[in-house]
Design a protein around this ligand. Structure first.
Ligand code: GLN
Length: 377
């Protein structure tokens, strides 16, 4: 047996969703929305399936989807990318896996920015790489050159930057992104830019892609699930500089080979209709305001949330010394609400006492979550 897998914990998202189901708790843990998808996309996907879009797509993705992805990013982010450099994957997590498996050789190091999405470190190790961590600190979560430099060694080949950042909800500003680019250029690193939350920016500042700032070295990962609020569709992609694109496509062909053609075709049509995304953003903002107001009313201290579906809460504001894991266990069992503790997102010294709540939920769900959080304190 492979010890990497034997020692791997069950993902905190899966654990909390299972615990929510077991205890009948409101699930504000795993990040999936109750609303926000364009209805025409569902009709389109269903119709395409009935009409016979049911056999293997080309491994790299339907040409129409790869073209639509390039058109979408040209219009919204000013990117000059070509369909030939896009690999469509079964969700962004598979894209991240394909990138890490193809970009890292045994012994290469990759830097992640903690609190880091939980897939990066295990996938770096599966690729034979070693994990180095730069740790952001609450409540500002600011990224800077010194912290990235300190995490580097001569064996570092790749830097993973997730922006907007999950689980903190930060949108890094141009100074922080420039710091990442400067470090990557100085040390000739590949940047894996996990930008799946690019369309869930709720602070009014513009989103800037690392692929625009450093196109020569950035592999951009995107997600139709996040763009269209359809997380179960599991359609993602990786867009790479020409020298890396073919290798990523080959890693992908022996992970999943291809993704459902009807969903790919529907996503292609959706990407041509960015106006469909406006309503969802307004609804997410309303939902965030509702959850934040309720939590503050219940006495919780909140951290800033600029993007993503997530609001972080500082438990130390309650005046009780409670570890985030212990709080999450208690909240789901006794108070009836599932939240995500932040400490599992660190390899090294973790921030304790912070939990993440998903606000992309119907009003009734948010209200039930607020009531349960009031019980939990
Ligand atoms: N991205 C989701 C979140 O942050 C989780 C995805 C998953 O469970 N694989 O909640």
């Amino acid at each position: 047996m492979n010890p990497l897998f034997q020692q791997m914990p069950v993902s905190i998202f899966e654990r909390m969703s299972l615990a929510a189901a077991e205890h009948g708790a409101v699930n504000l843990g795993q990040g999936f929305p109750d609303f926000g998808w364009p209805e025409p996309l569902l009709d389109l996907a269903a119709r395409l399936l009935r009409e016979g879009s049911n056999q293997y797509a080309p491994s790299r993705g339907l040409p129409a989807l790869r073209e639509a992805i390039c058109g979408f990013y040209a219009e919204r982010q000013g990117l000059a990318v070509e369909p030939g450099h896009v690999t469509v994957t079964s969700g962004a997590t598979e894209a991240i896996a394909a990138v890490l498996l193809s970009a890292l050789a045994t012994g290469d190091e990759a830097v992640i920015v903690a609190p880091a999405y939980d897939a990066y470190a295990p996938l770096i190790r599966q690729a034979g790489g070693r994990v180095r961590e730069a740790a952001l600190r609450a409540p500002d979560w600011r990224l800077d050159e010194a912290m990235l430099e300190a995490a580097l060694s001569p064996a570092t080949r790749l830097l993973v930057i997730n922006n907007p950042h999950n689980p903190t909800g930060r949108l890094f500003d141009s100074e922080e992104l420039s710091a990442a680019v400067a470090v990557a250029r100085r040390h000739d690193l590949i940047i894996l830019a996990d930008e799946v939350w690019e369309e869930v920016v709720l602070c009014g500042r513009p989103f800037v892609s690392l692929a625009a700032l450093a196109p020569e070295r950035t592999i951009k990962v995107g997600s139709a699930g996040k763009i269209f609020s359809l997380t179960g569709w599991k359609i993602g992609w990786a867009i790479a500089p020409p020298a890396l694109a073919g290798t990523i496509a080959r890693a992908h062909q022996y992970l999943t080979f291809a993704s459902p053609p009807n969903l790919q075709a529907a996503v292609a049509q959706g990407l041509a209709r960015p106006e469909w995304l406006e309503a969802a953003r307004a609804d997410f903002l309303r939902a965030r305001t509702r959850l934040a107001g309720g939590l503050e009313g219940a006495g919780y201290r909140l951290l800033p949330s600029e993007a993503t579906y997530f609001q972080c809460v500082d438990l130390s504001g309650l005046g009780i010394a409670m570890d985030d894991m212990a709080f999450a266990e208690m909240a789901v069992r006794e108070a009836g609400v599932a939240v995500i503790p932040l400490s599992p997102f660190y390899e090294g010294a973790a921030e304790r006492g912070l939990v993440r709540l998903c606000f992309a939920k119907a009003d009734a769900t948010i209200d039930a979550g607020i009531a349960a959080m009031a019980q939990a304190r």
